[in-house]
Design a protein around this ligand. Structure first.
Ligand SMILES: *Cc1c(COP(=O)(O)O)cnc(C)c1O
Length: 397
């Protein structure tokens, strides 16, 4: 086809017009040599910053060994990553995928298959929460039910019953003899940086135990150290039966994983599920390198400290500019600010970008700050100074 002027990439994203050529740590460099402070990181993906040398080395070394095997075979990095994820969590078994939503959907299939394998196939419905985001496949949009994501894509996949965020009465009232699981993001990311009350997560665990349901957590964004624990649910002291992870596990190399107990995974037998690329040794070599760093003593404590530092700075900012900002929410190094109704978050994000700070939108008219976990206090100060400058201009205008 000759070029028609139609966007060469399907125009489902509003483009910034910036072409980035390389990244290093917390910085991105565009094709004009301009440097940006990146507090997005591919949306909570580059937990260790761009091109972390240790991770780059692991990828290059694996590139000289073997790239792909059928999942009928395995490789040292893939076995090792599965074993380490099991050692570090509630899980007894893992299936690797290539993205967040694939790992998420593997979790949904694991839940459904569990009930069919114990002779209760009528129990296939999953209770989900308003405001949560689980990805963009047909099943994932049916679970989150967000207007702009579902409109025009019907008919929706059946089997997801949505209730209000944080409302235990609604959860309990929604449980029927068809319910299989309760599913939640322990900290809502896209939907507006809302941590679930630890008490609420404990109550969900109790409800699952009471009614024989599986508890399924989506830690694709809030996991992998983002909140200062390797996984966000650790703050509540409860464990799920199934969990999906992705994003920072590969620091930018695509990988996702579905983790489960042996009980929950009992239906996932030979031939029931699969993936061509899932668990390829390039991805799992990177995953191991990421875990090497994140499990070093003190790493997560530093995330907590830097999260507290960012919290104080943002709190102060919101207090100083009550006309521009409404509130500030989040946990660890996933935080965001809600802009006042008169200011669109998208406009604010553009203004920050013009000053070379990258942030990203979230629900509730929010802009999100997701710096790499290796961010320093002085880089946080640099970001705060930019937000302050942009805010002062808006107050003056
Ligand atoms: C990003 C995200 C997903 C989807 O991951 P993809 O890799 O984009 O498919 C699912 N759930 C949560 C909580 C996410 O943040």
């Amino acid at each position: 086809m000759p070029r028609t002027g139609f966007p060469v990439m399907m125009p489902v994203y509003a483009k910034s017009g910036i072409t980035f050529e390389r990244g290093e740590g917390v910085y991105l460099y565009d094709n004009k040599g301009q440097r940006y402070l990146d507090f997005v990181g591919g949306i909570a993906v580059t937990g260790l910053g761009h091109c972390h040398p240790y991770v780059v080395k692991a990828l290059k070394e694996q590139a000289d060994k073997v790239w792909i095997l059928s999942n009928s075979h395995t490789s040292p990095p893939t076995d090792r990553l599965a074993e380490r994820l099991i050692d570090l969590t509630f899980a007894e078994t893992v299936f690797f995928q290539n993205s967040g939503v694939e790992a998420w959907e593997c979790g949904v299939k694991t839940v459904r298959k569990y009930f069919s394998s114990i002779g209760q196939p009528q129990r296939y419905r999953i209770i989900t929460f308003k405001g949560c985001f689980h990805g963009r496949t047909l099943a994932a949009i049916a679970a989150s039910k967000t207007d702009k994501m579902v409109k025009g894509f019907g008919p929706m996949v059946d089997g997801f019953d949505q209730v209000a965020w944080g409302n235990l009465n609604e959860v309990r009232a929604a449980i029927t003899e068809q319910t299989a699981a309760i599913h939640i993001e322990p900290v809502i990311g896209e939907g507006g940086m809302k941590p679930a009350d630890p008490e609420f997560l404990r109550a969900l665990r109790a409800a699952c135990d009471e009614f024989g349901l599986l508890l399924y957590f989506d830690e694709i964004q809030c996991g992998m150290g983002r909140t200062g624990k390797l996984f966000a649910h650790e703050w509540a002291g409860v464990t799920p039966d199934v969990m999906c992870i992705a994003k920072a596990l590969g620091n930018g190399f695509p990988i996702g994983a579905c983790l489960a107990t042996s009980k929950a995974a009992q239906g996932m037998t030979v031939g029931t599920h699969g993936s061509t690329y899932g668990g390829n040794p390039l991805a799992t070599a990177v995953g191991n390198a990421v875990l090497d760093i994140m499990t070093q003593p003190g790493f997560l404590d530093r995330v907590i400290r830097k999260g507290d530092y960012l919290w104080q700075k943002l709190d102060d900012l919101v207090k100083r500019h009550p006309k521009i900002f409404i509130e500030h929410r989040g946990k660890g190094l996933m935080q965001g600010i809600c802009c006042a109704a008169a200011i669109s978050n998208e406009d604010f994000i553009k203004a920050l970008r013009a000053e070379k700070l990258m942030t990203v939108a979230a629900g509730d008219n929010m802009f999100r700050l997701l710096p790499p976990l290796i961010v320093t206090e002085s880089e946080i100060d640099e970001a705060i100074a930019i937000i302050d400058r942009v805010t002062a201009k808006m107050v003056a205008a």
